[in-house]
Design a protein around this ligand. Structure first.
Ligand SMILES: CC(C)(COP(=O)(O)OP(=O)(O)OC[C@H]1O[C@@H](n2cnc3c(N)ncnc32)[C@H](O)[C@@H]1OP(=O)(O)O)[C@@H](O)C(=O)NCCC(=O)NCCS
Length: 149
């Protein structure tokens, strides 16, 4: 069974290894994840199965507008609804640090992620030309704006 928990200091090494495996050169390091633990504007969760991290997602909140900075699921655990559940839990849980509206960038060619975000109700609001390196590619900017409670 997959469970979802907040990222802790015990997870940062394993999280960085999963990042490296999925994002290569652009991966966050252990130190990047450790930094999020000290910030009251950051909210990161991991998906875990049998003790192993199989997914991770996180946000940085600024005045209610939250930037989703990381979304990933282990290759051998994809297409099981983990990312969808993880993002729903992330958005619900991050209300505790004041997040209301959510934004993210995604590679123009990343169809699985684009389909995921659109399924969750994110709407494309523009392009950042040449935003990504390794390889160079445009980013599509998505927003999910929610009513204030
Ligand atoms: C994008 C990613 C996080 C999706 O994770 P996942 O756990 O496989 O996604 P889910 O199983 O929760 O899928 C939810 C929805 O996303 C869409 N989706 C996910 N993978 C898809 C694929 N390969 N093709 C088409 N749609 C896909 C579908 O709409 C799906 O809903 P459905 O099952 O009802 O069709 C995963 O592919 C990943 O880690 N990719 C590499 C890292 C990455 O690109 N992160 C995003 C950076 S912006």
């Amino acid at each position: 069974m997959v469970t979802f928990e907040k990222l802790t200091s015990l997870d940062t090494e394993e999280a960085s290894l999963l990042e490296k495996r999925i994002f290569g050169k652009d991966a966050w390091t252990k130190e990047d994840f450790e930094e999020t633990l000290c910030c009251d504007y950051a909210y990161y969760i991991v998906a875990r199965e049998d003790g192993m991290i199989v997914g991770l997602a996180g946000i940085r909140n600024m005045c209610g507008d939250a930037d989703i900075t990381n979304v990933m699921v282990r290759e051998d655990h994809r297409r099981q609804g983990i990312a969808e559940k993880m993002l729903r839990k992330l958005m619900e849980g991050s209300k505790e640090i004041g997040a209301r509206n959510f934004t993210l960038e995604v590679r123009k060619s990343n169809e699985p992620a684009i389909r995921l975000y659109e399924k969750l109700g994110f709407v494309s609001e523009g392009i950042r030309p040449g935003f990504y390196d390794h390889p160079k590619e445009d980013a599509v900017i998505y927003w999910l704006r929610q009513e204030m409670d």
